[in-house]
Design a protein around this ligand. Structure first.
Ligand SMILES: [Fe+2]
Length: 153
């Protein structure tokens, strides 16, 4: 539901999605306080404006930004891939791992570096990973990024 605003436009989709979600959840009879939590999370999930304002927002940020993988690429013509397609296509697996004992939350990626350099990943995703760190901090967790077995953040 968090990306529902993309039906309007990708630009500012977090905010338009929050407004759309309000209407849907209100019509469903959800408690106002729960609606407020959910729509503020939706309105704060895009890295251009995001802030982990509550626990749901922090969890949504971590879940959304770890959702990078080959199957997200709709374009089937590798020759016309843009940098986002190349990064997503190069990710063979992505896991979000919570280790309760150490309070670590880890995005563990396996990237095909024949397709793509790890630096390209950072060019696209550094802002998102820093946002993940803020979200983890909100949840009193320690964020780690592991790519091909190497801890990078
Ligand atoms: Fe989004």
């Amino acid at each position: 539901m968090h990306d529902i605003g993309n039906v309007v436009n990708r630009v500012d989709h977090a905010q338009s999605g929050a407004i759309m979600a309000f209407r849907i959840l209100d019509k469903m009879g959800m408690e106002v306080s729960e609606i407020a939590t959910i729509i503020s999370a939706i309105g704060n999930h895009d890295e251009s404006t995001a802030v982990p304002v509550n626990e749901v927002a922090a969890a949504l940020i971590l879940a959304d930004k770890s959702d990078v993988r080959r199957s997200r690429v709709r374009n089937r013509d590798i020759a016309s891939f843009d940098i986002h397609d190349r990064v997503n296509y190069s990710v063979e697996s992505s896991d979000l791992i919570l280790i309760k004992d150490t309070k670590d939350i880890i995005i563990d990626l396996k990237i095909d570096t024949n397709m793509f350099a790890v630096m390209d990943y950072f060019e696209i995703f550094l802002g998102r990973m820093l946002l993940c760190r803020r979200a983890a901090n909100y949840l009193k967790l320690r964020f780690k990024l592991v790519i091909n077995g190497v801890e990078l953040l």
